[in-house]
Ligand binder design. Structure first.
Ligand code: FAD
Length: 428
């Protein structure tokens, strides 16, 4: 279809609310299956804020299927290793050899600037003929006979056989249909993406993703944009959040950012002055919910399953959601289009449990990263024992995205008893 001539139908097959990575990737996936999709985005322009994003093989596998992986690789970086270090003494705790990981899963682990990944999907949507509308704020949702309707802030309404709410962590649809609230972890993230020359003197490992884990803080570093830029994320427990204040994470806390990393090793401490001081991200998630589908309205991406970021799977899960929906739409024809009720039932049957596992694991992983005192030392001892070439702990997340519940792998393969060390040897 000519991108200069978007579809003119008044009633598309699908309305997607939200043009973030989840909404655009889903719109593209459904359009590839011959569906007419309209995206309604609140912002005046499509775009992404933030810095880098990690995308694991369960995502690059999908990008490959979409014909977008080569372009993604040309925009991003394929790091050599993912290395976890103790933030206080810089000692290595564990690593993944990402070349071997690519061999194991068949697709790479890569890092890319958020706006580059978003731009990739935006161009793909335009080329595929997705109807992309900005400055459209959705304020409410209703079921209709054979579909659903969205109400917009300008007083208008739009309807379609299926409405997908990909409107993010603060989703209006989630508020109306589920009614739960976000959960605060009391942690706040500061980010920075700076020219690589700004960090060369700091002793950074340009070829790796490095995660320094420390008492109530952590620090992530990796190169971006072919190695020309360097991404840093500094996360710490906010004293204001702990004190129950609403305005936590704000620039008033900048002294706290410096204080949180005061005792850390050189490569971390030297990175802190480079952090952007005018933007911050509160680390929030929600408790998992079992029902994402309400009639012909389906939650997707952060609206359905916002995780804490410790597994680096939030955007990846959103992209998987869209891929799964499109696969079932192609597989389940109905009268005059997909059998949407069957498609939505299949979507919910397979995605809810997977995303619940990621959300729960992300919370537990975050707690492990931030341990202090003797528990930190015990953690370090255990992590040093992990086999870097054993994929028992990653198959359930980095393996192929399941389309049916029985394809979802067990979370962890049991570790053979013979290789388990006695507990007393695994202490700090
Ligand atoms: C510090 C940090 C690091 C992260 N790192 C990673 C990582 O390495 N890998 C990874 O996979 N994930 C990562 N994530 C998570 C990831 O950023 C999110 O899970 C992902 O961006 C969610 O995408 P989404 O499209 O569902 O929601 P969003 O990106 O929030 O998009 C929602 C869209 O909906 C629009 N919208 C909202 N309300 C309305 C409305 N009422 N009407 C119309 N439009 C509306 C918004 O303007 C926005 O464009 C990280 C998150 C954080 C905070």
């Amino acid at each position: 279809m000519n991108p200069a001539q978007p579809p003119t139908s008044d009633t598309p097959d699908v309305i997607v609310v939200g043009g973030g990575i989840g909404g655009l990737s889903t719109a593209f996936a459904l359009t590839r299956e011959g569906l007419r999709v309209r995206v309604l985005e609140r912002a005046k322009e499509f775009g992404e804020v933030g810095a880098g994003i990690q995308i694991a093989p369960n995502c690059t596998r999908i990008l490959h299927e979409y014909g977008l992986l080569d372009e993604a690789k040309s925009l991003g970086v394929l790091p050599a290793n993912m290395v976890m270090r103790d933030a206080l003494d810089a000692r290595e705790l564990t690593r993944l050899d990402l070349a071997d990981l690519e061999r194991h899963y068949g697709f790479p682990y890569m890092v890319i600037h958020r706006s580059d990944l978003h731009g990739l999907f935006l161009r793909a949507c335009r080329a595929a003929g997705v109807e992309l509308l900005t400055d459209r704020t959705v304020t409410g949702y209703e079921q209709t006979a054979g579909g659903a309707l969205v109400r917009l802030a300008d007083g208008s309404a739009e309807r379609a056989p299926l409405v997908i709410a990909a409107d993010g962590l603060r989703s209006v649809a989630r508020r109306d249909l589920v009614g739960d609230d976000v959960v605060s972890s009391d942690y706040v993230a500061y980010r920075a993406a700076v020219p690589i020359d700004a960090v060369r003197a700091n002793g950074v490992a340009e070829q790796d993703v490095t995660v320094y884990v420390g008492p109530h803080c952590h620090f992530v570093q990796y190169a971006l944009r072919g190695g020309d830029m360097f991404n840093q994320v500094a996360v710490f427990r906010s004293p204001a959040a702990l004190a129950g204040r609403d305005d936590w994470g704000t620039p008033d806390e900048l002294d706290e950012l410096d204080a949180a990393f005061e005792a850390t090793c050189d490569p971390v401490r030297k990175g802190i002055p480079l952090m952007w001081r005018d933007r911050w991200w509160q680390m929030l998630d929600r408790d998992p919910v079992e029902t994402w589908v309400h009639g012909r309205i389906a939650l997707l991406g952060d609206a359905a399953h916002p995780p804490l970021q410790y597994m680096a799977q939030g955007a990846v899960m959103a992209i998987e959601d869209g891929w799964v929906l499109a696969k079932h739409a192609a597989r389940l024809p109905g009268a005059g289009g997909p059998d949407w009720d069957a498609v939505l039932a299949a979507y919910q049957a397979v995605r809810v449990e997977h995303c619940r596992r990621v959300q729960r694991t992300a919370r537990a992983w975050g707690e492990l990263w931030h341990l202090d005192g003797e528990r930190r030392l015990r953690r370090n001892a255990v992590l040093r024992e992990v086999d870097p070439y054993g994929y028992a702990f990653t198959d359930w997340v980095y393996g192929p995205t399941a389309l049916f519940p029985d394809e979802e792998p067990a979370m962890f393969e049991p570790v053979p008893l013979a290789s388990a060390r006695p507990a007393e040897q695994v202490t700090g």
